[in-house]
Each structure stands twice: as structure tokens, then as C-alpha cells.
Design a protein around this ligand. Structure first.
Ligand SMILES: Cc1ncc(COP(=O)(O)O)c(C=O)c1O
Length: 457
């Protein structure tokens, strides 16, 4: 059953969009009588829906779920549930970003006032140029660009710096998109082994550099390391690894897919030549979006501009950047990132509190006998891999719904985002939950355990 007020909020927003569409279809001289009539009808609906929202009072009430409005399937997950999905939580939009999508959703909406020199990061209305400068300051990088996802930033850097047959060092917990960027360049990946605590260290990275040098007679062309990996959410020694990279004169790419936008990141302090972030993962932005910070040392290569001239037409393309294929985020994606940015800049200052909440929840979680944390402990991140083989999974073994009983128990309590049916090892992320929700979440896990006869300490 859906929540009446959430449902009607969507109904009202959609009816208002119908009104907007009528204005878009009308001539500059004004509405026709038929259009006037349609506007009146849609506004009457908006009033009706608002009436129902108000009548809901403090008690939200429920109504039959409506999954579609017109042809559009609606999604109310973030409104109706506590979402602990490992990769979704910090990409959740701010209200400002949602409004930005309404205002700038049209395809090339960023280009309304694009003037010479015709490049996205030089557009001043809306203030995209200023945003780029602010973004560079935020990352403490010399220059910044937006990209269609972190993966496209890896691709831009690798394509500029790595030649066919080169080696690129990545972590043994690296994301697959780093592998693909290297593969596309015709190079090969060399993984730094993780230690027994699932951490990638500076020493292990230096050993790998030596190994590559011995085997190929050449230094690796690039080192790319994830500050926090996606498998455990463990912290890796990016500061030490940056020093190793510097000693060998190898460019260092810091993968901040799990930090940029939620935790403070300072390219200069880290010693990174490149900082990559993911908008839809950690910057409250629409997908696909990402950011790339570049040092002045490498900007001439990675941000090189086109020199190509058409042999017949003699056309040239100004200052378009080759690795970025000219412009990147041309509509609602970028505007959502810009609209969320003030919130994002503030929220990174509260990272310690987010980590405290993560630790609090996991302390409670481990009170259920047999529930374990597989990530480093205490937590330094809100993304965590857990093992419930010795607890919730013991119930699943004989339950008629198998592992799905656990997802259903969580959903009944308004919690979603765990891997449905998984009761052995799985991941969760508590980022952005208030203390109230963290306590509710903790209690829900304990409650499910007690209900199924598990021991709670
Ligand atoms: C560690 C890490 N790096 C990079 C990426 C790719 O990010 P994007 O989807 O922004 O390209 C991911 C995505 O899950 C990730 O977990």
C-alpha cells in the first residue's frame, strides 16, 4: 500500500507538469480557449490532490499503490522507505536538484546562452563557468571538469596518458570500470594485492611498481587507486601511495567515487595528479555524472584541445577538448549537480558524524549472535560488508521463503536496499540517515532477530 500523501504529491506535480506543457505548446501571444480550459482542468486536479494531502493530516494513511501516472512508472522508494542500498544513498537528490531537473530537463538546456568560445565549462548563464572554478576549489585541484560518470573520467585520463602495451597499476579491489578504461587503451592492468585485512598499502604498491619494471623494463604509465573500495568500503593508503607514485614519477589518479561529495577531499594534500568523483554515487546528482580534478602539470595532456582540421572543409573546432569529446553534461545532469552543490559542500563537513552513525548501527547489528562485519572495524565509512551466515541465514535455511523472508521482514518495517534474498554476505550503506532513522533501523534488525528466535546480546 502506498502512502496517500506521497502519492498525491506526485499526482499534483505531474498535473502541474501538464500545465507547463500547455504553455510550451501555446503561441507567444497567449493561450487559446481550449488551452485555457485544459489549464483550468489540470489546476483543479492539483487543488484536489492538495486537498487530499492536507486531509491526510499527521497520519499519512495508505491507498492502493498506483505504479503509473500516464505512461510513466513512478518511484516512491526514497519517500516511503529507509533505503540502505550500498550505492544509492549518497546519489539521492536534494530538493534543489529535483527542481533543477524540472527547470533544465530539456536535452541541451545548458546551451541556451552558449557563446564563444563554445565550450560547456565556459558558459556563464547558467553559471557553469563559475561552478567549474568552485568545483576545482572544492577538490583543491588546479582545474576541474564534469564528466558522464567517474568511468568517463578514468577513460579521459587513461586515453591521454597510456599507450598500447603499457601497464597501469590498480588496486586488487578496483572497480571494473578502471579495467575497461585500461583495456580500451590497449594497455594491461597490474593489480596491487590487498593484505590480510583487505587493505592496499603503499609498500605493496611500491613492490608492484618494481615487479612491473622488472618484467617489462618500463615503469607503469599510471597508478589508479580507490580511496574507499566498493567491496568492503575499506580505506586504502592513498596518501602513502601518492608518495610512492611521486618517487617514481608516475602520475597518480585518486578514485574518490566513495568520497568526493560525502567526505572532505583535497587533491594537493593527498598528492594526487587526478581526482575522480561520481555525481550519481556521491554528489546527489542525476546519472550519469562525475567530476575530474586535474593538476596543472597534467592539464596540457589530459585537457588538450583539438588541432584537427577537415581536409576538405578546413573546419576547426576551437577549444574543444579531445579526451572529453568536446562538451560533456549538457542538460539536467549537470544542473542537478550544480543545484545540489551548496548542500554537498556543507555535508562533507559532517562526514565524521556519518561515520559515527555507521558505527552505532553496526554495534547494534552485531548484538545479534552470529552477525559479523567483514569490513575494517571500527568503520571509517558508511558502506559496509556484513556476514549474517551465522544469524539471519540460519533461519533462511528452513524458512519456506528462504532468504526472502529477511527482505520481507525489512520491507514490512519500511526498510529496503539490501540485496533481496541475500542472508549470507551482503552490503549496506547508512549514509544520510538521521540519528532517529539509525536507531529505528537498529531496532528493526534486533526485532527481526528476536522474532525468529536468534540470540540478541
Ligand atoms: C569504486 C568505484 N569507482 C568507480 C565507479 C564508477 O562510477 P560511475 O558510475 O560514476 O562511472 C564505481 C561505481 O560503482 C565505483 O564503485
Amino acid at each position: 500500500m502506498a502512502n496517500i500523501r506521497v502519492q498525491r504529491t506526485f499526482d499534483a506535480l505531474f498535473a502541474l507538469e501538464d500545465v507547463r506543457e500547455i504553455f510550451r505548446q501555446s503561441l507567444p501571444s497567449g493561450l487559446t480557449p481550449e488551452q485555457e480550459q485544459k489549464v483550468r482542468e489540470s489546476l483543479a486536479k492539483v487543488r484536489e490532490y492538495i486537498g487530499e494531502i492536507e486531509a491526510g493530516g499527521a497520519n499519512t494513511g495508505t491507498c492502493p499503490p498506483k505504479t503509473r501516472i500516464g505512461s510513466l512508472e513512478i518511484r516512491t522508494r526514497e519517500e516511503e522507505y529507509i533505503n540502505i542500498h550500498p550505492i544509492q544513498v549518497a546519489g539521492r537528490l536534494t530538493p534543489e536538484a529535483r527542481k533543477a531537473i524540472i527547470a533544465y530537463g530539456d536535452g541541451y538546456s545548458t546551451c541556451d546562452y552558449c557563446r564563444k568560445p563554445f565550450r560547456l565549462d565556459r558558459i556563464t548563464r547558467p553559471g557553469i563557468e563559475d561552478f567549474h572554478a568552485e568545483l576545482a576549489r572544492f577538490l583543491n585541484a588546479d582545474q576541474a571538469r564534469v564528466t558522464p560518470g567517474a568511468r568517463r573520467a578514468f577513460q579521459a585520463v587513461v586515453s591521454a596518458l597510456v599507450e598500447k602495451g603499457d601497464s597501469v597499476i590498480v588496486s586488487s579491489l578496483a572497480h571494473y570500470t578502471e579495467f575497461l578504461a585500461v583495456e580500451q587503451a590497449g594497455a594491461i592492468v597490474k593489480e596491487v594485492p590487498k593484505n590480510e585485512k583487505n587493505i592496499v598499502t603503499a609498500d605493496a604498491t611500491a613492490e608492484k611498481v618494481e615487479e612491473v619494471k622488472r618484467e617489462t623494463g618500463k615503469l607503469p604509465a599510471l597508478i589508479m587507486i580507490d580511496h574507499f573500495d566498493y567491496m568492503f568500503g575499506n580505506e586504502h593508503d592513498v596518501y602513502g601511495i601518492a608518495k610512492v607514485a611521486k618517487q617514481y614519477g608516475i602520475p597518480f589518479l585518486y578514485n574518490g567515487a566513495y568520497t568526493v561529495g560525502i567526505a572532505p577531499v583535497d587533491a594537493k594534500k593527498i598528492g594526487a595528479d587526478f581526482v575522480v568523483g561520481s555525481g550519481h554515487k556521491s554528489m546527489a546528482s542525476v546519472a550519469p555524472s562525475g567530476v575530474l580534478g586535474v593538476s596543472n602539470e597534467y592539464a596540457p595532456k589530459v585537457l588538450r584541445t583539438t588541432q584537427m582540421v577537415g581536409d576538405v572543409t578546413k573546419r576547426k573546432f576551437g577549444i574543444k577538448e579531445v579526451e572529453n569529446l568536446g562538451c560533456t553534461l549538457m542538460g539536467g545532469t549537470l544542473l542537478s549537480m550544480m543545484a545540489s552543490f551548496p548542500t554537498v559542500k556543507e555535508r562533507v563537513k559532517r562526514w565524521d558524524e556519518e561515520v559515527r552513525k555507521s558505527n552505532y548501527f553496526l554495534e547494534q547489528f552485531q548484538r545479534v549472535e552470529g552477525s559479523k562485519v567483514l569490513s575494517e572495524w571500527p568503520r571509517k565509512h558508511t558502506l559496509t560488508k556484513v556476514d549474517t551466515t551465522g544469524s539471519y541465514d540460519t533461519v533462511a535455511r528452513t524458512h519456506k521463503r528462504r532468504g526472502f523472508y529477511f527482505s520481507e521482514e525489512l520491507a514490512e518495517r519500511g526498510i529496503v536496499g539490501e540485496f533481496a534474498g541475500a542472508t549470507k554476505t551482503w552490503k549496506l550503506n547508512t549514509y544520510g540517515l538521521s540519528w532517529e532513522k539509525i536507531k529505528y533501523l537498529s531496532e528493526a534488525f534486533l526485532d527481526i532477530a528476536r522474532k525468529h528466535g536468534l540470540n540478541v546480546n
